[in-house]
Design a protein around this ligand. Structure first.
Ligand code: LLP
Length: 435
């Protein structure tokens, strides 16, 4: 295990004593990419590639920055496990005081395994099965965020059969355009999520006479990778306004759940700061004096992770550009293929001069398996290592075994050392469920 100390996060530093260690790599002269002071090349050489590398320091920093941005206003972060639910990461966030948002009974069980109490879990999801609802009722989670009248009725039947009162939040679809990628915008009427405002008012009106349902909050979540404050502010205003109405009707609401969605800067363009984000939400919710719950996933996990891959081949593409085939692709990071998402790609060691035009592609047999389009990068050769940045959220969790590719290893760097927090799958794992 490496024992190096250095600045937190992903930084470039002179190679110094690490230089020349990694034979077979096209090591540059001037710098190396480090994670919390540990050279990523050391991790890649020891653990193989592709490998997800996470910085514990960045996870802590991001959690604390968002948490403290709410200042004195009562609030609770419920980290969205869907962004990255590897146990060690869930445990780390729990240690910081986070609660969680789970999107399936399996995420609930992962949360429980990571030590979260049911009272720290909110359960969201547009298609919760009866078995999932029953498990959540039996556990007594903090709230089940209900997405439809039908789901509420099914939940009521389960709760009354079990002789329980279930804590519910109603997810309102505010018909707000998050102006994010259409695949991850959830707040428009045409999206499958939540209950439209008018229908929600009607549904909420029935709750007074349904004793097994205890309304504890209004929930909104209008999308992910939201890079402007307005959609978030408007959704908060709507949830706060509705909460005030309900309080006046006598519902003892406990908090307002504003979902996740805060975007990160994948390409250096501006995104709202934590202070602007929290300030906008607090500004809207303060008149209710209800505590704020938020469910950030990406804003905590994305910048904390890099996917490290090795160049397998470089081959001609056009007169002026080459393909760089790396050993990570849509099986490890599907975001570029699915949303045309941009992730910075950088060689771990950059040669001092010279750039070339590249299309960075994965090994999967799909033409959509492009990790980086149209990139000017330092000259690359087979054997070189590259880092795909901001892959800590919606990377490993969306991985697949397509082409029978094993799930990659995950490594957590903490205090100058690293450990494997999920080992790489092997052939036995790939065949474990089969006859
Ligand atoms: N709460 C709810 C109810 C959600 O549906 C989501 C994300 C979050 C919280 C967390 O949102 P965040 O803070 O991470 O934006 N796979 C896509 C993102 C899908 C997000 C789904 N819901 C991607 O890679 O961009």
């Amino acid at each position: 295990m490496a024992q190096t100390t250095g600045p937190a996060g992903f930084t470039r530093q002179p190679i110094g004593k690490n230089r020349g260690k990694n034979r077979g790599e096209n090591l540059g002269e001037n710098d190396a990419l480090l994670c919390d002071g540990v050279p990523l090349s050391a991790i890649a050489n020891a653990e193989g590639t592709p490998v997800y590398v996470y910085s514990a320091a960045v996870l802590r920093e991001r959690y604390r920055a968002i948490d403290s941005a709410f200042g004195e206003y009562p609030h609770q972060l419920h980290y969205a496990l869907k962004a990255n639910s590897t146990l060690a990461i869930a445990r780390l966030l729990r240690g910081l005081g986070s609660a969680v948002d789970a999107n399936s009974v399996w995420e609930i069980e992962v949360a429980r395994t990571a030590g979260f109490d049911p009272s720290q879990i909110v359960f969201t999801g547009v298609g919760k099965s009866p078995a999932e609802l029953e498990r959540a009722v039996v556990l007594g989670v903090k709230a089940i965020n209900v997405e439809s009248a039908g789901e509420l009725a099914r939940l009521e039947a389960i709760a009354s059969r079990l002789g329980r009162t279930v804590r519910v939040a109603v997810r309102v679809n505010p018909d707000i355009d998050a102006r994010s990628h259409p695949h991850i915008s959830t707040g428009l009427k045409i999206n499958k999520f939540g209950v439209p405002l008018d229908a929600a008012r009607e549904l909420l009106g029935t709750l007074g006479s349904r004793p097994s349902l205890a309304l504890v909050a209004i929930h909104v979540h209008v999308g992910s990778q939201i890079t402007g404050l307005e959609p978030l502010r408007r959704a908060a205003a709507l949830a706060a306004g509705l909460s005030l109405e309900l309080r006046q009707q006598g519902f003892p609401l406990e908090y307002v759940d504003l979902g996740g969605g805060l975007g990160v800067s994948y390409d250096g363009s501006a995104v709202p700061s934590d202070a602007e984000y929290a300030g906008a939400l607090v500004g809207e919710v303060r008149p209710t004096s209800l505590p704020i719950v938020v469910e950030p996933g990406r804003a905590i996990a994305a910048p904390a992770g890099a996917l490290v891959a090795r160049v397998i081949d470089v081959k001609p593409r056009t007169a002026s550009s080459d393909f760089v085939v790396i050993d990570a692709g849509m099986t490890e990071l599907i975001r570029p293929a699915l949303y045309s998402a941009f992730h910075r790609i950088e060689p771990l060691s950059a040669p001092p001069s010279g750039e070339h035009h590249y299309e960075i592609v994965g090994p999967v047999c799909e033409s959509s398996d492009v990790v980086g389009r149209d990139r000017m990068l330092p000259i690359l050769a087979a054997g070189d290592l590259v880092a795909i940045r901001d892959a800590g959220a919606y990377g490993s969790v969306m991985a697949s075994n397509y082409n029978r590719r094993p799930l990659a290893a995950e490594v957590l760097v903490d205090e100058g050392g690293w450990r494997v927090i999920r080992r790489r799958q092997g052939l036995a794992d790939l065949l474990a469920l089969e006859d």
